[in-house]
Design a protein around this ligand. Structure first.
Ligand code: ZN
Length: 362
């Protein structure tokens, strides 16, 4: 079973029709032989003021109920720039995500630009109710914490990332601070199954990754590029292979397919799988979020099938548990879409998926 734990769906600008994006996603998943995939909803904050794109993911799930799961996102309005509290309390938002039929939570507030905008520590009082709710409700969470260390220096940031504005200066919290805040959350909420996106950006330090997984038994690492992780593993291929075999139950397949209104290249899923399964050296596929870079080749680590089977599907299915995919609640979904539309109208935004869902549920 091939289960992609980390894809995105929707256009922040609301310009590309939902049906167009749907077709692109389904074609790519079919071509890749993906059995199930998990749409990550990144949440909404003032610096990315598009619609929440929650309706998009739920609309997709309604159309592909056995194939799609949704990790919902939060509206951070009111909480950013050190604001006192979110406009809608996090617990209320989380209750609603559960009620409509989401399968888990996506958090992006650890990404350095988001963390800077938030103006609160990840382990502070403002965010604490989120983690407490996750623990009380036995919900899993894909959490993006920090970014590759080289992104804190413009000179060492790869060109593709600089083009996306993904490099940081002294106004951003340093990686060490963001990591330390997250580690205090792991320690305070050891029951939460956090899937740390992009290998927690710790691929340059496999001993550190090993210590992290040994200390916190409910943490997992996803393989969503962050292509730098594969470049880092190439420096010590035997140590990387040993790590993947030792922690075969703690690593999950992900791709970020669909990011940026599906502007990701068509071969990133193949790239991750080929790296796991083959021992070949191959070119980094063309992709807005992986090239240009000085490093243009990867070398696979040829893992045995029993290891790749767990990483490519079984692990994430186990993280979600037996009641996933959760059923959508039509009445709750209608209420949510009405609220999303009212919010979009008040903000001068277009939420096509909320319109579509309301029409379908009428
Ligand atoms: Zn992502």
């Amino acid at each position: 079973m091939l289960f992609d734990s980390h894809v995105h769906f929707g256009d922040w600008d609301g310009k590309v029709p939902v049906e167009t994006l749907y077709r692109k996603m389904m074609d790519e998943m079919d071509e890749n032989g993906v059995d199930r995939f998990n749409i990550n909803v990144c949440g909404r904050c003032p610096s990315s003021p598009g619609a929440l794109r929650l309706a998009d993911a739920l609309w997709f799930k309604r159309r592909q109920p056995s194939r799609v799961t949704v990790f919902g996102g939060l509206d951070w309005g009111g909480a950013t720039d050190g604001g006192a509290a979110p406009l809608i309390p996090f617990r209320t938002q989380l209750d609603r995500l559960k009620q409509v039929g989401c399968d888990g939570l996506k958090l992006l507030h650890g990404k350095p630009d988001r963390r800077k905008e938030l103006g609160h520590p990840l382990d502070g009082d403002l965010c604490e109710p989120i983690y407490a709710w996750l623990e009380e409700n036995d919900w899993s969470c894909v959490w993006h914490v920090a970014d590759p260390p080289e992104f804190w220096n413009e000179a060492t940031t790869p060109l593709w990332a600089r083009r996306n504005g993904w490099w940081y200066d002294a106004t951003h919290p340093p990686k060490s601070q963001i990591d330390a805040e997250a580690r205090r959350v792991f320690a305070a909420h050891p029951g939460v199954r956090f899937v740390l996106a992009h290998f927690f950006f710790i691929s340059q330090d496999l001993q550190g990754a090993s210590d992290l997984l040994d200390t916190f038994p409910n943490l997992f690492l996803d393989l969503t590029p962050g292509v730098e992780m594969f470049h880092n593993f190439r420096k010590t291929p035997e140590a990387a292979r040993d790590f993947f075999i030792k922690y075969a139950d703690r690593i999950v397949y992900g791709t970020d397919i669909g990011m940026g209104a599906h502007t990701t290249g068509p071969k990133r899923g193949w790239m991750v799988r080929h790296w796991l399964q083959s021992g070949e050296t191959f070119d980094v596929p063309d992709d807005l979020y992986m090239l240009p870079d000085d490093r243009t080749e990867l070398t696979g680590i040829a893992l045995p099938d029993d290891v790749t089977n767990r990483i490519l599907g079984a692990n994430f299915a186990a993280i979600l548990g037996a009641d996933s995919p959760r059923l959508l609640d039509a009445a709750a979904l209608r209420d949510l879409c009405r609220d999303l539309l009212a919010d979009a109208e008040a903000s001068g935004l277009h939420d096509e998926a909320a319109h579509l869902l309301l029409a379908e549920l009428a």
